[in-house]
Structures are given as structure tokens and as C-alpha cells.
Write a protein that binds this ligand. Structure first.
Ligand SMILES: [Zn+2]
Length: 414
């Protein structure tokens, strides 16, 4: 099981600490911009984190009067990801200009923040501050009681955001992963996260994380029922209510898809992916038997990911979906009988796995093959799996090839 959630936690910050946090935001964004500006000097854009670190760390520390080293590195990571994204777009024949950072935020991890049950400690430009978390009643069923206070989830980091005078910490939580997933991705790998969309599972990634379609189906049936019973009334009042049911349905699904898009982004970021590859959505109904409602959901999901992604220096692409569900991601053998419903078993090499997971790997591989170019620092190295990287020739690095099949179980509640 691998599940992840992002929980927003409002912070109670007094005016002195608010001033410090504002200064920290400004400094963090300044550092990220400094590194980007540096990366864009010269003939090639530097995307290597190690090189950028070597070339800017000391200068940045000096210019900022010794800004917290962990935050300097987080800003540098942010800058390097943004640069990688630009280079990848160029390679793909797309336009992209030098990144700028404007949205007020700071990226924290366990070196720069400590998460307690009812307060957090955050590094700033002048030592640490402690801020109380404004939390709902612990017994009520909120994301906070479900994830933040749950022993099953661990915090992996957070982003501090500033909106309209409010400080909100977006805390990333995930369930602990099994031992076979302990392999840490190396930061220099520019890798692709393949995503397969479908009906039974709305989304499955090449890292083996599943988002089931149960919640979506449950609510579609529910709203269908409500509309059906109103239709039988046939009154003007009923007609207006059918429209209102439609608006509620759309609102609920949009919320759900926003959440999934955020979780997909978190999956990409934690696995250091520079690209998220989806299949081309144009004919997805014909291919997968998806309803118009599903098609609408897939389009929204893609749109939300595309909209949010810029800030993270990742970019999103659609690839030709032909045979991604019939092709063996292990040996490349393509045959319709390789797949039966949710089971994929290659008739040639015997590779077995969940069919959607196999498809997600193929989508990542297809993007990779299409974008194989010279071997300079910005080249994409592979498709990110939970246990390593699948390269364009089908080889794994490191050797482990088993996928974690975590399931994103959805709760039937908002
Ligand atoms: Zn095979």
C-alpha cells in the first residue's frame, strides 16, 4: 500500500514571526531565482543539481548573510527542476522561457521543519520560529485526524504558502512504504512518470501507485439516482433541481480531480520526475469504453496537472496511446491476448503484472523513446518505477524489477 495526502494546516503566526516568514519567503524565492539566472548564463542551461550546488551555494550563502543551508538547497532543487523542465520542452520542440518564481512559498523538509501534533517549528532567515497549528477538533473526521494524526502516515515535508494574510502549511503525508521501495531516487535522474487513465482505476503511475475509480463511480450513480427521481416529477421545481444536482456533481468531481492532480504531482516530485506522460486523450472513449463522464474527468485531470505543474519545474505531455495496453513493458512483445481485463501476462516472456501498471510503464517508455536525444546533462534517463528506473532499452537500474502495487483507496466522503 502506498497512499499519499496533502493536508493544509493554517498557522497561528504573530506579527513578529509573520515579518520573519515574509523575509524567509523573499529570501527563498531570491535564492531560487539566483540559481536559475546562473544556470542560464553561458551557452547551455545547466540542469545538474550537483553542478548548480557547486557553482552557487557559497555565493548564495554569502549574499543572503548565511541563509539556512537546507532552505538554500531546497531553493536550488526548485531552480534545477525548473531548468530541467525548460530544457525538456526545448527538446520537444516547444517554447519555454527562463523560469521566474513569484508565488510566495517556501519548501520545507525534515532538516528545516519539525512537525509536532499541534505546532510546527520552521527555519527562517533568523533561526527557528514555532507556530501553533489551527486544527479542527481531533475527534471529528477531517483530513487532519485521518492523516496528520494517524500513526500510519508519516510527514515527508511541507510547503509554506502565504495567501491574503494567512499562512498555510501544506503538509505532505504518506503511508510508510515497504522495504522494497526504500531505494532512494538519485536527484540527477531526469525521469518520466508514466500515467495510465482508465475506468476501474482512474489513474495508475509507472511508480505503481493506483487511484481507484470507486469513488467516482459511486457518486456518478448517486447523482444519476437523484436526477432520475426528480425527472419523474416533471415539475418546474424539479427541473431547476436537476440543474442544481448537476452543479453539485460537477463541483464534487472537480474537487476530487484537483486532489488527485495534487497527488500525482507529489508522486512526480518525490520520485524526481521531470516529465509526466499521459496518453493522448482524444479517442480514449473508443479505446477504454469510458463514458463521457470519464472523458470529462480525464480532460479535467490533465488540465489541472498542466495548470499546477509549472511551479514545480515539471512538465506534462501526451503520447500516442497505440498498443500501450497490449505491449509488454518488459520485452516489447505486442499482442492483444497479452491482456485479459486487469491481468497482463506476456505470451512471449511471461512477464506478469497489473494491466494498467504495464500500460503506465509503456506510456512512460513511449515518451522516452520519442525524446531520446544526445547525452548532455538535460537528457531524460528513464521511466521512474518505484524501485528504480526503466531505461529506453528496457533495462532496469537498479536491478530490482518488481513493482509495488499500492492502491489509492478513496473514501466515500469529503
Ligand atoms: Zn514480454
Amino acid at each position: 500500500m502506498g497512499m499519499r495526502r496533502t493536508v493544509p494546516v493554517a498557522l497561528d503566526v504573530d506579527s513578529d514571526d509573520a515579518a520573519l516568514l515574509e523575509d524567509t519567503v523573499d529570501t527563498f524565492l531570491w535564492c531560487a531565482q539566483y540559481v536559475v539566472d546562473h544556470a542560464f548564463q553561458g551557452e547551455y542551461v545547466t540542469t545538474s543539481k550537483t553542478m548548480l550546488d557547486d557553482e552557487t551555494y557559497d555565493d548564495v550563502r554569502e549574499e543572503t548573510d548565511g541563509f539556512n543551508g537546507g532552505l538554500v538547497q531546497a531553493a536550488r532543487n526548485k531552480a534545477a527542476e525548473a531548468c530541467k523542465s525548460v530544457v525538456a520542452r526545448w527538446k520537444n520542440g516547444k517554447k519555454a522561457s527562463k523560469p521566474t518564481f513569484t508565488s510566495p512559498h517556501v519548501v520545507y523538509d525534515h532538516r528545516t521543519a519539525t512537525f509536532h501534533d499541534d505546532y510546527v517549528s520552521l527555519a527562517t532567515t533568523d533561526g527557528r520560529i514555532e507556530a501553533d497549528s489551527i486544527l479542527p477538533d481531533e475527534d471529528s473526521e477531517t483530513p487532519h485526524s485521518e492523516y496528520l494524526f494517524s500513526d500510519e502516515y508519516e510527514t515527508t515535508g511541507a510547503e509554506l504558502h502565504y495567501h491574503d494574510g494567512d499562512w498555510v502549511l501544506h503538509v505532505h503525508c504518506k503511508t510508510e512504504v515497504e522495504s522494497d521501495t526504500s531505494e532512494q531516487p538519485t536527484p540527477e535522474n531526469g525521469t518520466v512518470l508514466g500515467v495510465d487513465l482508465g475506468v476501474n482505476n482512474l489513474a495508475v503511475t509507472s511508480t505503481g501507485t493506483f487511484w481507484t475509480g470507486e469513488e467516482f463511480d459511486h457518486w456518478r450513480r448517486e447523482y444519476e439516482k437523484r436526477r432520475g427521481s426528480l425527472q419523474q416529477c416533471g415539475t418546474r421545481w424539479a427541473h431547476q433541481n436537476i440543474q442544481s444536482v448537476g452543479r453539485k456533481e460537477e463541483g464534487r468531481f472537480k474537487l476530487m480531480l484537483h486532489r488527485i492532480s495534487n497527488e500525482l504531482l507529489a508522486e512526480a516530485r518525490e520520485n524526481e520526475c521531470s516529465v509526466i506522460a499521459f496518453e493522448d486523450l482524444t479517442d480514449i472513449r473508443e479505446r477504454t469504453g469510458a463514458s463521457w463522464g470519464h472523458k470529462w474527468a480525464f480532460d479535467r485531470l490533465y488540465e489541472y496537472v498542466e495548470y499546477k505543474i509549472e511551479e514545480y519545474g515539471i512538465f506534462v505531455e501526451q503520447v500516442d496511446p497505440e498498443n500501450t495496453s497490449r505491449r509488454c513493458s518488459h520485452c516489447g512483445f505486442t499482442h492483444p491476448d497479452n491482456r485479459e481485463d486487469e491481468d497482463f501476462e506476456c505470451l512471449k516472456c511471461g512477464y506478469e503484472n497489473h494491466a494498467d501498471y504495464n500500460a503506465a510503464k509503456n506510456i512512460g517508455l513511449r515518451y522516452l523513446r520519442r525524446n531520446q536525444t544526445g547525452g548532455d546533462g538535460g537528457a531524460l534517463l528513464g521511466v521512474r518505477l518505484n524501485s528504480g528506473t526503466l531505461n529506453v532499452n528496457g533495462g532496469y537500474s537498479p536491478a530490482s524489477s518488481e513493482a509495488r502495487t499500492g492502491v489509492h483507496a478513496e473514501s466515500h466522503r469529503f
